[in-house]
Design a protein around this ligand. Sequence first.
Ligand code: AMP
Length: 286
Amino acid sequence: MSEPVSSLTVVRDVGSLRRRVKAWRAANRSIALVPTMGALHAGHLALVERAKVLADEVVVSIFVNPAQFGPDEDLAAYPRREAEDWALLAAADVDLLYMPDAAVMYPDQFQTEVHVTQVSQGLCGAHRPGHFDGVATIVAKLLLQALPDFAVFGEKDFQQLVVIQRLVADLDIPVDIVGLPTVREANGLALSSRNVYLSDSERTIAPVLYREISAVATDIASGSDIVARCAEAAEALLKAGFDAVEYIEARDAATLTPLVTHGVSARVLAAVTLGKARLIDNVAVP
Ligand code: AMP
């Protein structure tokens, strides 16, 4: 069953997705997949634009994955904007939108979980138990359902990107994982579907997160003590008005192990709460 929306075709079940993919394969067309949870913004659309350059056909998936939300998290409140998302994807000339519901992704008797060990620990993994198991399981399923040549993800969710790269390497899934830089507002705030939770006054505080992690990254590059500088930044974030700092840490960009020496490729990553929003962001150490 498929519903045509301008040039965009919407499918909701695995069989329809596979039929379309099979036809593309038979015609020697390459495929790029962009997995999302919808409530699309310019960050998602940047991934779509890259996917269009990489491959002949672009599939975007929208699935708000219950398995990656904790019991006290915002699954019920997570923004859902189906009509707007369809219009954006049609305007972006996307070929196929895959919108399975939970019964398609987790049918009765579903009992398999994909668990990536080391890189899922710490950072968001420590604060959102089970989150990366939910992510790894759903991404493995989406990759096996769509069988793309490329799958495009944002560096905005840097730990997620590393988890997915590990998953694909470990399970020999034949897909190129492509990571793209974070798209930001002019004030530096990383675009996120969750930014709608921010009040006007919180919107003036939120950009401080990017400023602070950028300053930490610059200072670490010039030799500042890593742990002390991160601790100082956590204080500064609280002083700026964030409600809590879950973490602000410097990590090896490839392994996500805590950064102990200067000179390796590194990333500063942080998660904070501000009113109803949990914001994450990260930058490379220059
Ligand atoms: P989400 O819908 O939030 O699950 O995100 C879907 C994909 O879009 C993930 O690969 C995210 O990393 C990516 N993404 C989210 N926000 C941004 C952003 N501001 N810039 C670039 N990519 C993003």
